[in-house]
Ligand binder design. Sequence first.
Ligand code: ADP
Ligand code: ZN
Ligand code: ZN
Length: 729
Amino acid sequence: MNNKQQILKVAINVPIHRLFDYLANDESFSVGQYVRIPFGRRKIIGVIYAVSFHSDIHPSKLKKVISVDPEIIFDEEMFKLIDFVSEYYHYPIGQTIMSVVPSRLKKNLNQLRKFELIYQATPKLTNDFINQLPIRQLRIRKVAEAILNKDTRQSDLMKIVSNWTECIEQLEAFECVKSKKYEPAIDFVKVDKPILNSEQKEVIKNILEKKGYQASLIFGITGSGKTEVYLQLIENFLNNSKSQALILVPEINLTPQLENRFHKRFPSKKLVSLHSHLTDVERLDNWRKAKSGEADIIIGTRLAIFTPIPFLKVIIIDEEHDASFKQQDGLRYHARDVAMVRAKNINIPIILGTATPSLESWHNATRIDFKYNFLKLTQRAVKAAQLPEVRTVLVDDKTKHGISRLLVDSINERLERKEQSLIFINRRGFAPVLFCPLCSWTSECKKCSTKLVVHRKTNRLKCHHCGHDQKMISQCPSCDNLNLRPLGLGTQKIEEVLNSFFPKATILRVDRDTTRSKKSLSLLYERMNNRDIDILVGTQMLAKGHDFPFLTLVGVIDTDNALYSPDFRAPEKLFSQLMQVSGRAGRSNIKGEVLIQTAFPNNPVFDGLKKHDYAIFARSLLNERKQMNLPPFGFTAILRVEAKYLKYAEKFINNAAKHAESLSHNVIVYDPVRPSIEKLKGFERFQLFVQADARADLQQLLREWVVYLREYPLANRVKWSLDVDPIEF
Ligand code: ADP
Ligand code: ZN
Ligand code: ZN
């Protein structure tokens, strides 16, 4: 130890639960900065987490950092949040930090630019110039053509050629291009705000009355004007001194529509979005605008909760129940829960909005001992808009090709009236698999214990878990039968069936494959609004937030697998999904209708739906949860293990279970089980469920348990992860 020498405690992206000590070089440094450091034989990037005069290692053995990046990534507030997250989810601090910074920062310290550039042609860039370039300089030609054609952003050049920087350098050497800072054009016209109805006014008044940290749940049916409430709240919060607002939304698909609405309302405010559809450069740029205070409104998906926002005055979480707020791999955090902690840390209000609260939020809002602000919007905001009528349709063996007579008739009525229908399929477990009617053989993936899915357009079989992809099989491998059939209904199959029933209708299938880009989504809106489309077929993507004024019928094809799922959250998810999708029918002044096909019409899920009453359903589910001590009454975690060889996975999980037993005082340790997909991508899997009455007991167990797991000798033969407050089983 040396009293003068300062030691940098550096967080890096390795699965080891500690910081690494380095000596400073002669550059100035501060906590929260990136450093490049030697690590083993590699040079990697880390973040200065702390500075100290002490190291357990003798200074003569410590290595020096190679370089320090001047930008300070995280301030004290963010470090506090990240510390909490690392501790609560029992994930190494270095990996936690590296999981929550924009990816561009991780990769290339030297190539960082503070903003995105846009390139313009100079008079020297002409068609003649391009034509005289050697033919083999195809890439430069492409870049030059693009820029000649129109001013081109870096992020667009990246999509044209990979080594665009070299091409630009050469073109710059010829003085053919010049660059400037890219500024997105804003040409939105301010739209007047509607006059709030009395419920909306009450909600806003209630929230604004309180000062400091306060969690509010706005429980408002679809179309009740929740978004309008967010807008007017934000207007209030942004009115005062320098302020910023953060809105978290579940899916990137929803952000363009929401962004648009915000832009129109606040044309003079700077709005940025943060989601995975952005390029790394765009994302970094927006992240920096949030961090510098330049952006007033930040709309983002779950990762955005880790954006430094120095003047943050309010956090809003739209569709708070949505499962996509939970990260399912790596750092398995729940953005809503992290947001709660963040709001509390900096003493600001947080507002959750939804038509179908998560049972956790519902419980928090309705119990008396908890000071959650529970606010309701019970009416649709647009007077004429009524709630749709919800009916169940019994499906049985007589139902032809999966579509009932009643649904066919109802679609026909819509076609006659030039209204639109949405056919909704719960994609999970619904992809068609290849099936042999003679011997019951089905197409299975060799690497996973799942079925291969039939893709008709490309005539291939694919595994949706590991990506295995092969030619279609025409003969049964087990009995040589030549008549193999797809089993189960996928979106493509339903589309075919609908095409045969309604040959004159324009049918559009919408799923992740068909709407990958922003553009195709806005095209979809346009076509729906122009009534170019008669029938829309789609999966959960379509359930949320979309507003189609001429859509009056929703047909739900099959949901029954969710009623009998091993996942105790399945009915909750099903209910909210069906409630959401029902909300798509009759958004304007034409009354909507929802037909749900099921073999089990008496299930309580449907009762709540028909009455549009979430409370009925929530109460019955909460009762069940209470009896079994499941969330929100109990607290749970899952240890997941996978290994190439079954015996290692088995041994590890059994020892882990035994050890947990020996530690636990108030925690129930269940027997290890195989998850529903036993084998994935060639890895054998096990999981272990632990459950406690009190969060503190669970956390205590986890803290001691991970120490044991990290040091367990088999740990290098297995991959394991801990999922705290898991939402999937
Ligand atoms: P939600 O977010 O609850 O689904 P929205 O805020 O999108 O509801 O409102 C549904 C529709 O009603 C939108 O078209 C919105 O512009 C309109 N709206 C909301 N509040 C009002 C109001 N107070 N007066 C008139 N129209 C409103
Ligand atoms: Zn597979
Ligand atoms: Zn067969």
